[in-house]
Ligand binder design. Structure first.
Ligand code: PLP
Length: 440
């Protein structure tokens, strides 16, 4: 199961039947972009109910870091499920929770003693980080960034500023959350240092001077590489400048690595590419190859809350933890290095695309976190969301599954185990799609 194979029209008959049933009973709030009804997966290949095989360049939204159903992860899950499925780390101990906390504390960016809180999803990791920041500082307010996605529960949704549909109709969210521009080099059109300075100035010259006393701010929450807004890589000066702002004002820095973490960028954390040492980091998605698990990792002196202050019945489930420990072993055992290698290989192929294809405005990313921004034309840089969708559809028909990110970017976030042959298939397919759209 190395490369795609499309054997029916899409969707095939079985897929159509499932989609019809699903449409009657499942919440319509999900954004299913493709009629892909998954039945099984192996590595970077996903097979649908009609036997069509696709190359999964989404990894189930950047989740299956070690690929679908890696035999070692499956084995770890099965062995743990046969031994102990649940006991609740909220009220009892089990060895695996200490094992994983030790491991995460050891690999967390910045060094020093760390403590770890376990949840089940990215949004829970962010909620925990927000509560912890308030608890540790005695301050109430937060700064987040336009374009940010931090989750959909009420606290994390207050930080999220990605698409208004995510907030529409849900009423007043958490008070005291302020948004600032994220340093986006392509969109600003300025030199990186200038782009960073402009974004940082907004915090100090506008927010702090006019509306937000800095000593009331508990934390600045930032994705080191913005995920849902299009895999936007900021200039390093932006993140180092944020660190300086928080240090000057007794504010905590929360790095949301839910999407960028766990080796996706070719290092454990995106923060490492910028020498950024956050006070708290949030981790989920890739941590356990598809089992629900998240972690909020904080400097030990910050995570000083009393028993009962925060907990979750399922958080740190033993089966999810077993999957995480095996995932980490596989990532360390070569998959992070593969992500770096395959990321370089893909970027070598993509680098010239803005010169060769009129609709490719920008290609950016680190490791296997690559965004391709689709525009009407190079000069105007006008966003082309419909064209992005058209390219995604053409790729899907050819057996390559991609997700969009932001209004007009394609997101490439394959499992970290992809082979060079699979990377080339994805690049060849995308080129074919771009050639088709260039002609129209
Ligand atoms: N934070 C970031 C950076 C994310 O990309 C996401 C999900 O895409 C979340 C938080 C929320 O994670 P979840 O959907 O697991 O709640």
């Amino acid at each position: 199961m190395e490369l795609p194979r499309i054997i029916t029209e899409l969707p095939g008959p079985r897929a159509r039947a499932v989609i019809e049933r699903d449409s009657q009973v499942v919440s319509p709030s999900y954004t299913r972009r493709y009629p892909l009804v998954a039945r099984k997966g192996q590595g970077a290949i996903i097979e649908d109910v009609d036997g069509n095989r696709f190359l999964d360049f989404t990894a189930g939204i950047a989740v299956v870091a070690t690929g679908h159903c890696h035999p070692r992860v499956v084995d770890a899950i099965q062995r743990q499920a046969a031994r102990l499925i649940h006991m609740s780390g909220t009220d009892f101990y089990y060895e695996e929770m200490a094992d994983l906390a030790e491991k995460l504390a050891a690999i967390a960016p910045g060094g020093g003693a760390r403590r770890v809180y376990f949840g089940n999803s990215g949004t829970e990791a962010v909620e925990a980080a927000m509560k912890l920041a308030r608890h540790a500082t005695g301050r109430e307010k937060f700064i987040a960034f336009y374009g940010a996605f931090h989750g959909r529960t009420m606290g994390s949704l207050s930080l999220t500023a990605s698409r208004q549909i995510q907030k529409k109709g849900f009423g007043t969210l958490l008070g005291g959350v302020y948004h600032a521009p994220f340093a986006n080099p392509y969109r600003s059109g300025k030199a990186p240092a200038e782009c960073a300075a402009e974004a940082l100035n907004y915090i100090e010259d506008t927010l702090f001077r006019m509306v937000l006393p800095p000593h009331e701010v508990a934390a600045i929450v930032v994705e080191p590489i913005q995920g849902e807004s299009g895999y936007v890589v900021p200039p390093p000066e932006f993140l180092s400048g944020l660190r300086e702002i928080v240090d000057r004002n007794g504010i905590l820095l929360i790095a949301d690595e839910v999407q960028s973490g766990m080796g996706r960028t070719g290092r454990w954390w995106a923060c490492e590419h910028f020498d950024l040492a956050p006070d708290i980091i949030t981790v989920a998605k890739g941590i356990s190859s598809g089992m629900p698990l998240s972690a909020t990792i904080a400097r030990a002196e910050i995570m000083q809350w009393a028993p009962g202050a925060h907990a979750s019945t399922f958080g740190g489930n033993p089966v999810s933890i077993a999957a995480a420990l095996e995932t980490i072993a596989l990532l360390e055992g070569g998959m992070i290095a593969n992500a770096a290698r395959m990321g370089r290989h893909l970027m070598d192929r993509f680098r010239s695309w803005p010169e060769r294809y009129p609709h490719v405005g920008d290609v950016r990313g680190i490791g296997l976190m690559i965004g391709i921004e689709i525009v009407k034309d190079q000069k105007s840089r006008e966003r082309a969301p419909e064209l992005r969708e058209q390219i995604g559809d053409l790729a899907f028909e050819r057996g390559l599954v991609l997700l969009g990110a932001g209004p007009n970017s394609l997101r490439l976030s394959p499992p970290l185990c992809i082979t060079e042959e699979q990377a080339d298939f994805a690049a060849d397919t995308l080129e074919e799609c771009l050639r088709i759209t260039s002609r129209t």
